[in-house]
Write a protein that binds this ligand. Structure first.
Ligand code: ADP
Length: 383
């Protein structure tokens, strides 16, 4: 045939046909070689399904076993399919659903093979239509999400274990500190009894006095430990609350001390936030109480201010006290951590309690001080 001679219709059709065949063959090769599990139905009802080698390998079947994977013979197949832990019947498979509904179906399935291997796959099944808009066949493509599911499950399990351990620890701390109070109270009573009984024996009553002091100290320690474990356990009673109010309550409990120290407490307008008001007033009480306790020679000047940031409020309690050496800025927020001896009463729990309160509100607390000119205890609470 002369290359310049126009093609007749039959020749043109022949050529188009062979081009189409070549394209189809290419497409088939691509599908067969794809590392992605792909399935194509041979019929509109999706009773006969052909899978590519990637899918066959995942299912543990031969590629030439293009059986009716979803039909009656499904029971004979060497794997079972689950959705959310429930066995999936043949007619509920993604392609079958796509056949019935004429819509794309997204699905996450677990394939459990008879040899014990199992996979999680995620993907979708799609109907293909004829010219009249009737479903002609369906196809599906999946990705193997087994690793992701495994990682998610492991993470969830360890989160649960952590949560459980944490809860047990809280309960333990609460029960221990609560149950310790009882015997301590009786030791205290008997020590006082001895003190009275041997009032005329100087040595005996001095020893009994040490016991009474020791018991009182231990009782305060246990009380603070109890507060600490209570703050961390149980649900927060959160509701919209004006922080000014919480501050007022805190100040009310410090009234006497403020007067005795000749202290001045001032404050700006504070925001309204969704918080556990009781806990926030405890927080203010602890911080302002410390500003009164760790005063310098000048009468205490304490100011509470609020700064609005993008998604949080930062509250500052600033004082003109003795300050905190920068090398102890982290340390002082620890349980039973204090920088002072018996000359200043305290258990070293106050700031640990503050930190717990703030953190249970998803906030942060820190101190700014050069160790000389007072300190600023600051906490940030989300809006
Ligand atoms: P406590 O007051 O019972 O010792 P806290 O946990 O409240 O326990 O405080 C820990 C330590 O931090 C205190 O011992 C003190 O040394 C230091 N501190 C706390 N608040 C202030 C403050 N406003 N100024 C200076 N030092 C402070």
């Amino acid at each position: 045939m002369d290359a310049h001679e126009p093609l007749n219709d039959i020749d043109r059709l022949k050529q188009e046909n062979s081009e189409l065949r070549a394209r189809l063959a290419d497409l088939e090769t691509i599908i067969m070689r794809m590392p992605v599990p792909i399935a194509i139905s041979e019929d509109a009802e999706s009773t006969k399904i052909e899978v590519n080698p990637a899918f066959a390998a995942l299912l543990g079947i031969d590629t030439d076993m293009n059986a009716s994977l979803m039909g009656e013979s499904a029971a004979d197949l060497p794997f079972h399919v689950y959705r959310n832990g429930k066995r999936v019947a043949g007619r509920e498979m993604p392609q079958q659903r796509a056949s019935r509904t004429g819509r794309e179906v997204h699905d996450e399935l677990e394939i459990v093979r008879d040899d014990g291997v199992h996979y999680f796959i995620y993907g979708s099944a799609k109907p293909l239509f004829d010219e009249e808009g009737q479903v002609r066949r369906t196809f599906s493509a999946f990705v193997d999400v087994t690793e992701r599911k495994r990682a998610e499950k492991a993470l969830e399990e360890s989160m649960q274990a952590l949560h459980h351990a944490n809860e047990e620890l809280q309960q333990f701390a609460y029960a221990a500190s609560h149950d310790l109070q009882e015997p301590l109270r009786s030791i205290g009573s008997y020590a006082q009894l001895l003190q009275r009984r041997y009032a005329d024996d100087a040595e005996a009553s001095e020893y009994a006095g040490f016991m009474v002091d020791g018991v009182a100290r231990m009782s305060t320690l246990i009380h603070d430990l109890l507060v600490y474990s209570r703050v961390g356990s149980g649900a927060l009673r959160r509701r919209p609350a004006a922080l000014d109010n919480a501050l007022q309550w805190g100040l009310l409990n410090l009234e006497r001390s403020i007067r005795e120290q000749n202290a001045t407490v001032t404050y700006d307008t504070l925001p309204e936030l969704i918080v556990d008001e009781g806990q926030i007033s405890q927080l203010f009480q602890n911080l302002i109480g410390n500003s009164l306790k760790y005063r310098a020679t000048l009468p205490p000047l304490i100011h509470v201010s609020a700064d609005e940031a993008m998604d949080e409020w930062i509250i500052t309690v600033r004082d003109n006290g003795i300050g905190v050496d920068p090398k102890f800025h982290q340390h002082i927020f620890g349980v039973f951590k204090r920088l002072h001896g018996r000359e200043v009463p305290g258990t070293g729990m106050g700031l640990a309690i503050c930190r717990r309160i703030v953190e249970s509100h998803a906030g942060r607390i820190w101190v700014e001080s050069d160790g000389k000119n007072g300190s600023a205890f600051r906490f940030a609470l989300p809006k």
